[in-house]
Design a protein around this ligand. Structure first.
Ligand SMILES: [Fe+2]
Length: 95
């Protein structure tokens, strides 16, 4: 199994195990961000390798893909910070 398949499977488990609602939404955002971070690490490494090996076209393409992945991660962060995290807050129970 490829690592990204494991991350996707982890996201599916979240869907299967949690009730629909704001907490599930936050868990899905987190699961999606794990995938984006994996992709950012992978494309960043490959883009640098392509650069060092002198493959300018590959470096350009991988660099563009890296920027797409960074953009997707930033959108997910905005989604979390723009209300999803607040919607999932549960008031602390008094002892
Ligand atoms: Fe992605």
């Amino acid at each position: 199994m490829r690592r990204d398949e494991g991350l996707i499977e982890e996201g599916q488990e979240v869907i299967d195990e949690m009730e629909k609602g704001p907490v599930l939404d936050v868990a899905l955002i987190a699961a999606a961000q794990k995938v984006e971070h994996y992709e950012i690490a992978s494309y960043g490494t490959l883009a640098e390798l392509a650069k060092q090996l002198g493959h300018a076209d590959a470096k350009k393409t991988l660099g563009e893909t890296l920027q797409d992945e960074i953009g997707a991660d930033q959108k997910l962060t905005r989604l979390a910070e723009g209300g999803a995290n607040d919607a999932a807050k549960v008031p602390a129970q008094e002892a």
